[in-house]
Write a protein that binds this ligand. Structure first.
Ligand SMILES: [Zn+2]
Ligand SMILES: [Zn+2]
Length: 106
């Protein structure tokens, strides 16, 4: 399974730098993480068509930790910390040209 080998949040650029076990590097904007937060609250909000709440604190990353050996957990400045990002889901958010040659939705 692909997993992050190294995780470095860049709080200035507001993106999460991930070096994966297969050598791939991702720079995933904090905003993309919040826009795709898989927690029930955010999913419900997205499905109901409500625009996700965006303010400065929304994309302020306070901390992160590993959950078991399959996911990452993030704590955000607006005290939202429900989202559990499985590694393959996180990799799916990589906005680089290799990962998303036909996508422009993130
Ligand atoms: Zn959420
Ligand atoms: Zn990529």
């Amino acid at each position: 399974m692909i997993a992050p080998r190294k995780i470095e949040p860049d709080t200035e650029k507001r993106e999460l730098r991930v070096l994966w076990t297969d050598g791939h590097r991702s720079a995933i904007p904090f905003k993309a993480l919040r826009d795709h937060c898989p927690c029930a609250r955010c999913r419900t909000a997205r499905e109901s068509g409500r625009a996700p709440l965006q303010m400065v604190l929304t994309t302020k990353l306070l901390g992160w930790k590993r959950v078991g050996n399959y996911a990452l957990h993030f704590a955000w400045g607006d005290s939202h910390s429900e989202g559990i990002f499985a590694f393959d889901f996180l990799r799916g958010l990589c906005p680089c040209g290799t990962c998303t040659p036909f996508r422009d939705d993130i």
